[in-house]
Design a protein around this ligand. Sequence first.
Ligand SMILES: [Mg+2]
Length: 240
Amino acid sequence: MTVLFWDIDGTLITTARAGMFAWNDSVRELTGRDFDLRTGPRTAGLTDYQIAVKTFEFFGITPDPPLIERLVRRYEELLPASLPLRRGYVFPNVREILESLRERPGIRSYLLTGNTRGGARAKLIYYGLMEFFSDGAFAEDAGERASIAVRALELAKQRGGVAEGGVFVIGDTPHDVECASAIDARTIAVATGGYTIEELQAYHPWRVFNELPPVGEFVRLIDEARGGTDMTRVGRTLSA
Ligand SMILES: [Mg+2]
């Protein structure tokens, strides 16, 4: 199988940070104190569990695992009602690509995300993409993001096997590139999440685009890589 691991925020969709309402409300319920994710600790690229740790540390509270778990669970509960408060959207070409990949034999798409399973589910249901993903790997503790990639690869191996050199990670941050390196995957980086092409390129992704290319071009890219020839590399790294 050729396996594609998809990041969510900044790659498939933007929620326009609607999740922060659910997060802030959850923090207030648990600590009795006001919190604003926009002005709190830096959280870019962190998993939901790591953000929970930062949030408690921000208040000088020891972030023990049961407390972290309570915050994350409450956030998951509040998230569905929080998403309509901001106008997010699915990025260009995403739906077409996922539809096309679903029809193709020998290719599987899974999620690989720093969201919790419940958080990922709420976002993808709201934006109508849940049907494309049977499963994935999610944040389950405050450990390193690379451990999520390792679990994603294990899952793919169990489900249908993984072709040599046939693993791709599609993501929008340096964290995605690094976590792809941890499992020897090729990263397709997109500059739709806040990092520029130049910033992403510094981490040497396999390919980098301003946004995901049209479905034909994307599928060709995957097919060529699966075929073992890599004739497209020169001059195709940058694509406007
Ligand atoms: Mg992302």
